[in-house]
Design a protein around this ligand. Structure first.
Ligand code: HEC
Length: 161
C-alpha cells in the first residue's frame, strides 16, 4: 500500500505542474486572437481618457491660478475623478501601442498603483470641488495628479504623424 502512494503522488504532481505551467497557455495567444480593430479601439479609448485629463487639468490649473472663475470647479474636479476611475480598466488589456511603453504591463503592479493613487486623490479633489473649497483643491493640486511623473516612466515619445 505504501509503495502505491509513493508512486501516485509524484505522478499527480507532474500532472498538476503541467496543467498550471504558465507556458501552457501563452499570453500572446489571447493577443493574437484580438483583431486589429479591437486593439485600436482599446488604444483609442485610453488615449481619449488622457486627452480628457489634459483638457480638465488645464482648466483646473487656470481656476487655481485665478485666471478663470471658479464656477466650474465642481464640474471639472468631478470630471477628472470620473476619468481617473475609468483609467485602470482602460489600461488593463495588455495592448501595447500608441505611446504606452511595454513597461505599463511588465511593471503592472507599479503602474496600476499609480492609477489607484490617481483615482483616490482625484476623488478627494472632487469632494473639495463639490463644496467649492478652492483652497483645499489648490493645496492638493501639486501632488495629486502626478501626470508628468508617470509619463516620464511609462509614456514614449510622440510619434511622427
Ligand atoms: C499612471 C500613469 C499615467 C498618469 C498618472 C497619467 N498619464 Fe497620461 N499617459 C500615460 C500613458 C501610458 C500614455 C500613452 C497612452 C497611449 O498612447 O496608449 C499617456 C498619454 C497621455 C497624453 C497623450 C494622449 C494622446 O494620445 O494624444 C496626454 C495628453 C496625457 N497622457 C495627459 C495626462 C494628464 C494631464 C495627466 C494627469 C492629470 C495624465 N496624463 C496622467 C500614463 C499616465
Amino acid at each position: 500500500m505504501k509503495s502505491r502512494h509513493a508512486l501516485a503522488l509524484p505522478a499527480l504532481l507532474v500532472v498538476a505542474i503541467v496543467l498550471t505551467a504558465p507556458g501552457a497557455q501563452p499570453a500572446s495567444a489571447a493577443e493574437e486572437q484580438m483583431s486589429k480593430a479591437e486593439a485600436d479601439g482599446i488604444i483609442f479609448e485610453r488615449q481619449n481618457l488622457m486627452l480628457q485629463f489634459d483638457k480638465d487639468a488645464e482648466l483646473l490649473g487656470e481656476i487655481a491660478a485665478g485666471l478663470k472663475p471658479k464656477d466650474k470647479l465642481a464640474e471639472v474636479t468631478a470630471s477628472i475623478a470620473e476619468t481617473a476611475a475609468a483609467s485602470k480598466g482602460a489600461f488593463e488589456p495588455r495592448v501595447p501601442g500608441g505611446r504606452a511603453k511595454p513597461e505599463v504591463w511588465s511593471n503592472w503592479a507599479d503602474y496600476s498603483r499609480r492609477l489607484d493613487d490617481l483615482e483616490k486623490n482625484t476623488k478627494q479633489l472632487a469632494e473639495f470641488g463639490a463644496k467649492g473649497d478652492l483652497t483645499s483643491v489648490t493645496n492638493m493640486l501639486g501632488g495629486a495628479l502626478q501626470c508628468k511623473e508617470c509619463h516620464d516612466v511609462y509614456r514614449g515619445p510622440k510619434k511622427p504623424a
